[in-house]
Design a protein around this ligand. Structure first.
Ligand SMILES: NC(=O)c1ccc[n+]([C@@H]2O[C@H](COP(=O)([O-])OP(=O)(O)OC[C@H]3O[C@@H](n4cnc5c(N)ncnc54)[C@H](O)[C@@H]3O)[C@@H](O)[C@H]2O)c1
Length: 303
C-alpha cells in the first residue's frame, strides 16, 4: 500500500512509521517545524518532502504525484500552551492545512482511506470516561481547530465517498517526544540528575497511552473495513495523576523524587480528568494495550 503520512517526522508519526514501514511504501510531508528528519531514517530522501501543508498548490501537486492509497494526516500544531500563544498560526495549520490535504486527496483520485489525528481536547470537562458519542465542547483554540478538522473530514467523506477514520488521541508518551509535555518534563529533569523536580498542577489525571500501542491501533484501524466516517478514542482506558507518574519514575530509578510546585508552570484552568472509554476500538479491532506506564517510563530513564 502507498501510504502518505503528513507530520510523519514528529513524535507519533515516527512511531507509526517504525510500525508500518516494513509492510508499506511510506511517503512523508513534514516541514520539520517540530519534527526531526533523523527520527525517520528509514524513509529515503525521494519519499520525504520538507514542505508546508499550508501551501495549497504544492499539496495538490505533491499528492497528485505521490498517488497515495492511504493518507494519515498528523501534521498539526498541538502543544496547547503554544496554540494559545499562537492562535492564528495554529488555526491556519490545523484548519486550512487540513482543508488543503483533504482537497488534494480528493483531486488525486488514488486515495481509498484517510485517517485524521484528532484529540481528546474536543471533549468538554467531564469526570468519567468519555465515549465517542459524548457531546463535544473544546475548551481552547487547539480543541476547536481539531473539532473543525473532524467536521471537514465529514464533509470530505460526503463529497468523495472516501472512508475516514477519526482518531481522538489521548495523552501519548514514549520516545521522540517533541513538545514539553508532563512526561518529557519529568524525564529531562530526572535524566539531568535532579531528584527534586519542578512541576505545575499535580492533581489532574490523564489517560497516557504509549506511542507503540497507538501505532498498533492505527495499523489495525487502517486494515479494518470502514464505511463513511468512524470515530475512535485512542487511549489506554486508565488515568494517572501527575504524582502517580512521578511514582513510576521513582520505581524505575529506585530513588525518591521530591516535587516542588513551580507557580510559573501552573495552568490557570485545567481539567481534573481526561479518560478514554476504549471499548469501541477494542471491539472493532481486537486491540489491547501492551505497554504499561512502568514499561514506558523504564525506556525513558538514562541510568
Ligand atoms: N502527542 C499527543 O499526546 C497528542 C494528543 C492528541 C492529539 N495529537 C495529534 O496527533 C498528531 C501528531 O502529534 P505529535 O504529538 O506527533 O506532534 P508533533 O509536533 O511531534 O508532530 C506534528 C508534526 O507535524 C509537523 N508540522 C507542523 N506544522 C506543519 C506544517 N505547517 N506543514 C507540515 N508539517 C507540519 C511538525 O514538524 C511535526 O513533525 C497531531 O495532529 C496532534 O494534534 C497528539
Amino acid at each position: 500500500m502507498r501510504v502518505l503520512i503528513t507530520g510523519g517526522a514528529g513524535f507519533i508519526g515516527s512511531a507509526v512509521i517504525k510500525h508500518l514501514h516494513e509492510k508499506h511504501e511510506i511517503f512523508v510531508i513534514d516541514n520539520l517545524s517540530f519534527g526531526t528528519r533523523g527520527f525517520i531514517d528509514q524513509i529515503e530522501d525521494d519519499h520525504f518532502f520538507e514542505n508546508d501543508i499550508r501551501d495549497r498548490d504544492l499539496m495538490f501537486d505533491l499528492i497528485n504525484r505521490i498517488q497515495p492509497e492511504t493518507v494519515v494526516h498528523l501534521a498539526a500544531i498541538h502543544f496547547i500552551p503554544y496554540c494559545n500563544e499562537h492562535p492564528f498560526m495554529s488555526s491556519d495549520i490545523n484548519i486550512t492545512g487540513t482543508m488543503n490535504i483533504l482537497d488534494a486527496c480528493k483531486a488525486a483520485g488514488s486515495v481509498k482511506k484517510a485517517l485524521f489525528a484528532s484529540t481528546a481536547a474536543v471533549y468538554p470537562i467531564y469526570d468519567e470516561a468519555v465515549t465517542e458519542n459524548h457531546a463535544t465542547g473544546p475548551l481552547d483554540v487547539y480543541g476547536l481547530s481539531k473539532l473543525t478538522g473532524e467536521r471537514l473530514c465529514n464533509e470530505f467523506n460526503l463529497s468523495s465517498n472516501i472512508p475516514v477514520i477519526i482518531c481522538r488521541f489521548f495523552n501519548a508518551f514514549g520516545p521522540n517526544e517533541t513538545n514539553p509535555h508532563l512526561i518529557p518534563e519529568i524525564q529531562d529533569q530526572v535524566n539531568s540528575g535532579k531528584r527534586t523536580i519542578q512541576l505545575g498542577n499535580l492533581d489532574p489525571k490523564r489517560d497516557f497511552i504509549h506511542t507503540y500501542d497507538m501505532a498498533r491501533a492505527m495499523e489495525l484501524l487502517l486494515e479494518a473495513e470502514i464505511q463513511g466516517v468512524e470515530t475512535f478514542n485512542l487511549g489506554r482506558g486508565i488515568e494517572y495523576s501527575v504524582r502517580e507518574i512521578v511514582e513510576s519514575f521513582e520505581r524505575q530509578l529506585g530513588e525518591k523524587i521530591t516535587i516542588e510546585v513551580d507557580p510559573k508552570r501552573v495552568r490557570k484552568t485545567d481539567r481534573m480528568h481526561l479518560l478514554a472509554d476504549v471499548n469501541k476500538l477494542k471491539s472493532f479491532t481486537g486491540w489491547n494495550p501492551e505497554w504499561s506506564i512502568d514499561d514506558g517510563v523504564k525506556t525513558l530513564i538514562e541510568k
